[in-house]
Structures are given as C-alpha cells and as structure tokens.
Design a protein around this ligand. Structure first.
Ligand SMILES: [Zn+2]
Length: 163
C-alpha cells in the first residue's frame, strides 16, 4: 500500500544488545575506545544504526529490519550495519522522503561516551546525508539497572521532497 503523502512523517526505533567481553563496541559507526565489552549480535551489533534503520522504516510504515534481515539467516552473520541503514534509507527515498533531523538517546553505563558526542553525530549525519546540527545525540546511564546492556532510542523526522 502506498504511504500517505504527508508533508512530514515521524519515525521511532529502538534497539538493545547484551554486552560481553571479547567483542568490539561500535555505536553509530564509531568504534568506542576503552570499551571493555561489546555487543552480542548476529551482525556487528551497532545498536544506533539498527534503531535508526527501524526508525526510518517505521516512519514510512514499512515494518522493521527484522523483516528484511532476519537474524536466523546465516547470510546476515557479521553484516555491516551501515548496509542495513543504507537499504532502509533507500526505501525512504523511493517514497520521496528524506530525513530532516534525528534525535537519538544512548543508554550505557560504561564507558562514558561524552567525549564522542561530536564523532557520533558527524558519522550518523554523514550516513543520512545530513549535517551534524541535524543529529542530536544524548547519553544516559541505566543507573545500574542494566549494566550489561546498551540501549538506543531514536526518533527521526522525515520530510517529503517535491517532485
Ligand atoms: Zn541490533
């Protein structure tokens, strides 16, 4: 079914991964230095890019990345999450929408991510064709409630482009 041609559409996505030793931690395509643990995942476990791809798809009412990349498919093992994001963005563009701005919240107890805020914003912006002032990055801790997880929540505003 054709998505209604609203001038703007809101997308929301979230993702969480368990953390374990011996894995690299990558968020928004940025490797996190001094992370003692990384995401347990079938793919590279980049929770920012997964939540963002889901937000893009949800904004267009196109389902979620689990439908396009089932984690039961061995072909998706170790998949670069930038590919998942690029595919989702291509679907949004097919329907003549582009991201206008993004707000993302990363919940992680350790390490502290504050010094990486600009790196993550820049990298996510580049992946979406935005500039870094159009990507808001907030950090939270779980206050010890979920020390073994990384969680990401993302909203994205999609703007219809004129033909
Ligand atoms: Zn994920």
């Amino acid at each position: 079914m054709t998505p209604s041609p609203l001038p703007y559409r809101i997308g929301y996505g979230e993702d969480a991964h368990r953390l374990t030793e011996g894995r690299a931690l990558v968020l928004g395509g940025v490797p996190i230095p001094h992370a003692e643990r990384g995401a347990v995942a079938h793919s590279d476990g980049d929770a920012v890019l997964h939540a963002l791809a889901d937000a893009l798809l949800s904004g267009m009412s196109l389902g979620d990345i689990g439908q396009y990349y089932p984690d039961t498919d061995p072909a998706h093992a170790g998949l670069d999450s930038r590919v998942i994001l690029a595919d989702s963005l291509a679907l949004v563009r097919e329907w003549k929408y582009v991201p206008a701005n993004v707000a993302l919240v990363i919940t992680l107890d350790r390490p502290k991510l504050g010094p990486l805020r600009a790196d993550i914003a820049r990298n996510v912006a580049a992946l979406l064709g935005l500039n870094e002032t159009e990507v808001g990055v907030s950090f939270k801790t779980s206050e010890g409630l979920a020390p073994d997880h990384v969680q990401v929540r993302v909203t994205v505003l999609l703007r219809r482009v004129e033909q």
